[in-house]
Design a protein around this ligand. Structure first.
Ligand code: HT7
Ligand code: ZN
Length: 841
């Protein structure tokens, strides 16, 4: 397959004045008529006229009213065109009902919907399907369905038709169309300049009771973007549609966001607190794209982090403001360490702004999104909050209506702060997680920290130049008082020292507070002291995580007993009722098995998944025994008697209660969990009790009852499929995964259901890496099957194998066989072929 390079960027040879599209919807023969006014682009003259187009049946084409016969191939169409402006008219036929890739126009549960990012519009009609070609669209939709939607403002509608006009020039990837038997949950918003906006969440009949929370989240997002970024909404209407078959979470199409139903539908009976929080964040994320993504878009797909990194950063700020900032920071770092660090330290590592790709869908990654957001966080830390706000104002003023680049973004910060950001830009071009080693010296009242940075090689990048790394540091005196408030040290060299003078006694340094930089830190420090005294909530939590890792590693490698000093320190924190219950619940979480495997590998020890599982299990039991008096107290303190609300306060209490209940179930064999399950009146409680029952081998009756109760609810059934794998012991998890693939409700063509089973399997470290290789083989069988239907989801799921080089020769050989089986498949998609070859390389 062809490789596309950033360095080869060339503007398109024409500009588009306007686009008129007419859709005559039909499941197997939808007609799409396009009328487009092209004019030569003076900045990119003398090009061959090429329009992207895939899987289209060309019915006719005309230029200025004259029939033409273009040359077509699998990628698009070429045609001779006049040297001046001209009108292009074209009619194609497509079959949405047989589109199982869920890109372009497809059908989900009888409804028509689209997904055009990144390159799906070319499956709808012939078009320059690239983000730097922006145009004003007018769309007429004809179909039998009562609801026919597209981008922008509604211009008219009648029986079997509707016409939409979007006044804001946009790239084709933001195009959307929906047609179906839908019902709406309405809402309204008055903008800061007094404009009334009509809001709607459109869902399948029966789901209307699950929209209220999403609507509240949308209104909160609109308000927040006005208050914090000064950004106002710019159309008369904002529509959200829930779709069951969807490759990712949601899509920010202009004025017509389309959501995976799992990311918008919510009710207390069917959704967990975690679901509510995620839905709130995704609704905000897609809404915030209206300015960071839509009004200012990307020049090409290499610039994806320009919109995604910034929008993730913005949705993170929103969640921090609405809920708890320390809890949000810890949650983000858990995700970063679980998803982005393995990517950055393995064969799939790529810069936040990649320099080449074969299939752009493979670059919607944790690196582009989450590391992209971390890079913006570092920029804000370096320039300060006020300068960040000014720079953002300049960004919107200077680039509104543009298809911009990372260079434009950096230039805005340089111009508004006067700072040279040449070195900072390396965060966009170099891949890999930096390692920062901290050493200390103490002499005559002066404390010196020496920081050394090193970034290991990554594919295609052997050596790395030093980054600018903002390291937030605070110092604590021997009695635990803070003797130096948080300061930002700017590490710019490979090695650099920072001194603090005039100290009465040797302090304890709290380094990389708030996780100010996405690095792996090695610092020989008194973590128990930081756990007891650090004023920075993130580092206090991270001190405990560090102790947990040390304890588990000792248990794994030497069979040591759990570390009593750490457990005592932790107990002290758990008993401190002035601390947020959500924070205390996070304190109880252990590092994941996969993270432990990485730490072992970093230390040159080959991780043994069975030993990691056994040590984790032993530690959980030891903690349950040790805290048998404390746990019922925590459970009592965490009780919620008020009516259910998915807010930070109540969900924090439920999280602490669930953490305590999990440990209690290891003492009473599931008695209390059964009672919780039987009396649960919300999904958070019901699901956590079910998980505990499964974990102690008492889950069968409850699983059957849960199935009977929820078998008609697709989203709850996804939980049922996933939980029984995730909560089981390794061999039972494999047995269940195999059995569930034969279950009549296992609709493997639905990405949510496929991910429920195989996401849970891949996340179950000891099951997936079972020495028999059963986990590897099962996943591979189904990836091979899915690739013909849905390459995008198949390719994403291949990343389960990305850490394979960490493991022993036996496991590596088993995985290699499976990866080679995938490569040998006939007609392997470009998506999957690129992913697997990168993993194998
Ligand atoms: N910008 C969107 C990314 C996206 C996507 C969404 C749904 C289905 C397929 C997709 N491909 C790319 C989502 C976002 O980041 O907001
Ligand atoms: Zn996004």
């Amino acid at each position: 397959p062809e490789t596309i390079y950033l360095k080869d960027y060339k503007a398109f040879g024409w500009q588009i004045e306007d686009v008129h599209l007419t859709f005559k919807l039909s499941p197997d023969a939808t007609r799409v008529v396009s009328k487009i006014h092209f004019a030569p682009n003076p900045d990119a003259p003398e090009q061959e006229f090429f329009l992207h187009g895939e899987e289209l049946n060309l019915i006719r084409a005309r230029i200025d009213g004259e029939a033409v016969t273009p040359e077509t191939d699998a990628r698009g169409l070429r045609c001779k065109v006049p040297s001046g402006p001209f009108l292009w008219e074209c009619e194609v036929e497509i079959a949405p009902e047989s589109n199982t890739a869920l890109e372009g126009l497809y059908m989900s549960g009888g409804m028509y919907c689209t997904q055009c990012e990144a390159e799906g519009f070319r499956k709808i009609t012939y078009y320059p399907d690239r983000p730097d070609v922006m145009a004003v669209f007018t769309v007429r939709v004809e179909g039998e369905m009562p609801v026919l939607l597209s981008n922008g403002n509604l211009k008219g509608k009648g029986d079997g038709w509707a016409e939409w006009h979007d006044p804001w020039p946009k790239p084709a990837y933001l195009f959307a169309l929906v047609g179906g038997e839908l019902v709406n949950h309405p809402g309204a918003f008055k903008t800061m300049s007094g404009k009334d906006i009509e809001l709607n969440i459109w869902v399948r009949p029966g789901d209307e009771g699950k929209c209220a929370f999403g609507m509240e989240a949308l209104i909160a997002s609109m308000k927040w973007d006005e208050e914090v970024y000064g950004r106002e909404y710019d159309l008369d209407t904002f529509n959200i549609v829930a779709v069951d078959d969807f490759n990712m979470g949601a899509m920010e199409n202009k004025g017509l966001n389309i959501f995976n139903s799992s990311c918008v539908l919510a009710s207390p009976e069917t959704s967990t607190d975690g679901n509510f929080e995620r839905i709130e964040a995704i609704i905000a994320h897609e809404y915030f794209h209206n300015w960071t993504g839509n009004r200012i878009t990307c020049r090409d797909w290499f610039q994806l982090c320009l919109k995604e990194g910034l929008t993730v950063f913005r949705d993170g700020q929103f969640t921090s403001d609405l809920r708890s900032a320390p809890v949000k920071r810890i949650d983000d770092v858990i995700t970063l360490r679980a998803r982005q660090f393995p990517e950055d330290q393995g064969p799939l590592a790529h810069p936040v702004r990649p320099e080449s790709f074969q299939e752009i869908n493979n670059f919607y990654t944790a690196t582009v999104y989450e590391k992209g957001a971390e890079v913006i966080g570092m920029l804000k830390t370096l320039v300060g909050d006020e300068a960040y706000s000014k720079a953002l104002d300049l960004y919107f003023e200077r680039h509104d209506g543009d298809a911009a680049t990372i260079e434009d973004w950096i230039k805005v910060f340089e111009d508004s702060t006067g700072r040279d950001l040449t070195q900072f830009k390396r965060w966009y071009s170099q891949a890999g997680t930096p390692f920062v080693e901290v050493s200390e010296a103490w002499e005559d009242g002066t404390f010196t920290l020496t920081l050394k940075q090193h970034t290991p090689p990554s594919p295609g990048q052997e050596s790395k130049a030093p980054y600018v790394i903002p390291i937030a540091v605070g110092l604590l005196g021997p009695n635990g008082d803070e003797v130096l408030e948080t300061q930002i040290l700017e590490l710019t060299e490979a090695e650099q020292s920072f001194s603090f003078e005039g100290l009465a006694a040797r302090p304890v340094a709290s380094v990389n507070r708030g996780f100010s930089a996405p690095v792996v830190l090695s610092h020989d420090v008194d973590r128990a002291f930081l756990l007891a005294h650090d004023t920075d909530p993130f580092n206090r939590w991270d001190a405990s995580q560090g102790l947990a890792k040390e304890c588990l590693l000792a248990m794994i490698t030497t069979g040591a007993e759990p570390d009593a000093i750490w457990l005592d320190g932790l107990e002290h924190v758990l008993r401190d009722q002035t601390l947020d219950p959500a924070y205390r619940s996070l304190m109880l979480d252990l590092p994941s098995a996969s993270e432990l495997a990485q730490v072992l590998a970093d230390q040159g020890v080959t991780p043994d998944p069975e030993a990691i599982w056994a040590a984790g299990d032993r530690l959980v039991k030891a903690r349950a025994e040790r805290w048998k008096d404390l746990l019922p107290e925590l459970a009592k303190e965490a009780e919620v008697t008020a009516p259910y609300k998915p807010d930070a306060e109540q969900s924090g209490k439920r999280a602490l209660g669930a953490s305590a209940a999990t440990l209690i179930s290891r003492l009473d064999g599931g008695k209390a969990a059964q009672a919780r399950f039987d009396s649960a009146d919300n999904m958070t409680l019901q699901l956590s009790a079910l998980g505990n029952l499964i974990r102690v081998g008492q889950g069968d009756a409850a699983l059957a009852k849960f199935y009977e109760q929820w078998k008609d609810d697709r989203l709850v059934m996804d939980k049922w499929f996933g939980l029984q794998i995730g909560a089981s012991e390794p061999e039972a998890a494999l047995d269940r995964a195999e059995a569930l693939t034969q279950h009549p409700d296992f609709d493997w063509t639905n990405p949510n259901r496929f991910r429920a089973v195989f996401g849970a399997l891949a996340m179950h470290h000891a099951a997936f890496h079972h020495k028999s290789g059963r986990g590897y083989a099962l996943l591979t069988d189904w990836l091979i099957k899915l690739d013909d239907k849905n390459p995008q989801t198949t390719a994403r799921m291949c990343s389960a194998f990305q850490t394979w080089k960490r493991y022993d020769a036996g496991r590596q050989a088993l995985i290699q066989v499976q990866l080679e089986r995938i490569m040998a498949k006939d007609n392997l998609s470009r998506d999957t072929s690129e992913m697997v070859s990168r993993i194998l390389a």
